[in-house]
Ligand binder design. Structure first.
Ligand code: AMP
Ligand code: TRP
Length: 337
């Protein structure tokens, strides 16, 4: 279904906070697994980005391992590709500092994610949250990555990355950093909250009833789907019939994404029926896709020593790529070498 690029250096990052949910899996992890078939991939657990808002230290450590386990269980191949935690490769912080000095305050002020996250009380947030996008630019450019699979919400940060690269190249009169292409798969579904089809399924929602977590038991998955909000009409046979029916749209979207079918074909199959048969079928396919990932994750998490070793090896491989690039950038700006 997806048209996946090939032969690129792919970089992407995910914050190791909260328990990943179905939206993270369908919107990020599953794509990462698909892309690795035809590209060199570098996947990063961005613990430094996580720190931009308060994190309990012990929980952050635990969730970094858990997130790594889920990605490996979902199919990231750590032998052929690179998986590591950001803070283990110092090149990120060093390049981020240079970028803090390249990017303009006016650029930061335009970042909508900062405005959303900081809300009205901007003064009380960490300075790290404000310069978060510069660190993200450093993540990508430390590897001269040219393909960055992300969700729609990250598009502005990729544009900023290109602005920083261009200004760096211009200021120092050197063609050093490449242009970065975001890769936002058109077919990538935005998964909505099961209790409110107008809200994104999100880790930060206080109630877990609106999201399927990747570590939910079979029973929890079935019960969340059974109790998911729907409406009183039967399912339509045509896509137009989903208009103004956010909850029906979401459940159909999830079914289509999980089974790799088109929405049209799902509607052909279930059109005219009530929600109860469809919900049972949806719960069944979800249980089938999540169970093996959950079981494998549990095994991996039971051996933190092994996971730490995998991440350490990933960090060494990442460092081998980033170190010469960032070292050269440091020389270009005038640091002694
Ligand atoms: P976050 O949970 O915001 O740290 O996002 C991690 C990754 O999952 C990003 O690539 C997001 O675009 C993706 N993602 C998060 N929530 C959803 C959702 N509800 N539907 C689809 N993708 C999502
Ligand atoms: N900011 C991204 C998010 O919130 C995570 C991220 C950090 C990232 N560094 C990155 C994504 C570099 C892609 C490339 O989802």
């Amino acid at each position: 279904m997806l048209s996946i690029p090939s032969g690129k250096v792919v970089f992407s990052g995910i914050q190791p906070t909260g328990i990943p949910h179905l939206g993270n899996y369908l919107g990020a992890a599953r794509q990462w697994v698909d892309i690795q078939k035809s590209n060199q991939c570098i996947y990063c657990l961005v613990d430094m980005h996580a720190l931009t808002v308060w994190q309990d230290p012990q929980t952050l450590r635990q969730q970094t391992l858990e997130q790594a386990a889920i990605l490996i269980a979902a199919g990231i191949d750590t032998n052929k590709h690179i998986l590591f935690n950001q803070s283990a490769v110092t090149a990120h912080a060093r390049l981020a500092w240079i970028f803090n000095c390249v990017a303009r305050i006016g650029w930061m002020n335009r970042m909508t994610q900062f405005k959303d996250k900081a809300g009205k009380n901007r003064e009380a947030h960490s300075a790290g949250l404000y310069v978060y996008p510069n660190l993200m630019a450093a993540d990508i450019l430390a590897y001269k990555a040219n393909c960055v699979p992300v969700g729609e919400d990250q598009r502005q940060h990729i544009e900023l990355t290109n602005d920083i690269a261009q200004k760096f190249n211009h200021d120092y009169q050197i063609d050093f950093f490449p242009k970065v292409d975001e890769f936002i798969p058109k077919t990538s579904a935005k998964i909505m909250n099961l209790r409110d089809g107008t809200k994104k399924m999100s880790k930060s929602d206080p109630s877990a009833q609106g999201r399927i977590e990747m570590l939910d038991t079979d029973d929890e998955i079935a019960s969340k789907i059974k109790r998911a909000k729907s409406d009183s009409e039967p399912l339509p046979s045509e896509i137009e019939g989903l208009q103004n029916r956010p909850e029906a749209t979401n459940l159909i979207t999830i079914y289509a994404a999980v089974t790799d079918k088109s929405i049209e074909s799902v509607l052909q199959q279930y059109g005219g029926q009530g929600f109860s048969t469809f919900k049972t079928a949806l719960a069944d396919v979800l249980v089938e896709i999540i169970r093996p990932i959950r079981e494998e994750t549990k095994k991996l998490v039971a051996d933190p020593g092994h996971l730490k070793k995998v991440l350490k090896q990933g960090a060494e491989k990442a460092s081998a790529i980033a170190e010469p690039i960032v070292s050269e950038a440091e020389y270009i700006v005038g640091f002694l070498k």
